[in-house]
Write a protein that binds this ligand. Structure first.
Ligand SMILES: Nc1ncnc2c1ncn2[C@@H]1O[C@H](COP(=O)(O)OP(=O)(O)OP(=O)(O)O)[C@@H](O)[C@H]1O
Ligand SMILES: [Mg+2]
Length: 232
């Protein structure tokens, strides 16, 4: 799925300051493959991910998925759009603590109206793919950090979203586990022919992806890789 941002701006107004985090950005993400978003802390990477994932709305400008103008959907429409098109993986997995691994993975399918039995079956398949078939009935608290993040990946991918947004998905894991999980994510993105957009502070990982977008202070970006367009 081709994701395009056009003249995208996000401004936060606090009592004492007016902060422009994303400033008039125009960029087209490739319609499959992998994109790294890098940049110093506070340059707006997570803000951009929230806008791309329709979790938040821009101050001005647009986010488009193919022909769909996501940034002008109502909040209910955005929720439905997200459930069908976007998979999220965050630094801290955000699994539901009272549900076991399989139930967590099945949840996006249930939200999309898939029957309980089919959802459980597909969740089992995904847990198998991420190497956790033996852990499907464990609660998140009974899993290691790396295992929890694998469950989060299975949950993000189970509904076969066209776009996967990962915000520092391995930020709190040891180097070896982090690199295994990054590889898993890249392999699954390739298998599913989706677009993976990943925020990372790991420059080695960033260089191995198709496109690198660097967020700059003041809300600008520069990009390199297979698509050499540069926004403002
Ligand atoms: N809801 C909000 N209200 C006000 N300011 C916000 C809000 N969310 C983020 N900001 C500010 O916007 C700026 C960008 O934040 P953001 O979380 O996007 O940075 P980031 O690049 O993801 O940083 P990090 O690498 O530390 O995760 C920061 O200065 C932050 O304080
Ligand atoms: Mg962030």
């Amino acid at each position: 799925m081709r994701v395009e941002i056009n003249k995208l701006t996000k401004r936060y107004k606090d009592a004492d300051r007016d902060l422009t985090v994303i400033n008039d950005l125009t960029f087209t993400f490739p319609d499959r493959g992998s994109v790294a978003i890098i940049g110093r802390s506070g340059t707006g990477k997570s803000t951009l991910m929230h806008l791309l994932g329709a979790l938040d709305t821009p101050t001005s400008g647009t986010v488009r998925y193919g022909d769909v103008l996501v940034s002008s959907l109502s909040s209910d429409e955005r929720a439905a759009f997200r459930a069908q098109n976007v998979g999220f993986i965050f630094q801290f997995h955000h699994l539901l603590p009272e549900f076991n691994a399989r139930e967590n993975v099945a949840l996006p399918l249930i939200m999309n109206g898939v029957s309980e039995s089919e959802a459980q079956q597909r969740a089992t398949e995904l847990l198998d793919k991420v190497g956790l078939s033996q852990r499907s009935t464990h609660l998140p608290s009974q899993l290691s950090g790396g295992e929890q993040q694998r469950v989060a990946i299975a949950r993000a991918l189970v509904a076969r979203p066209k776009v996967i947004l990962a915000d520092e998905p391995t930020g709190n894991l040891d180097i070896v586990t982090a690199s295994e999980i990054q590889q898993l994510l890249l392999n699954m993105n390739q298998e599913y022919q989706s677009t993976l957009i990943i925020v990372t502070h790991n420059h080695e990982l960033a260089r191995s992806l198709d496109v690198v977008v660097e967020m700059l202070p003041g809300g600008a970006l520069i990009s390199s890789g297979s698509q050499r367009s540069t926004a403002h």
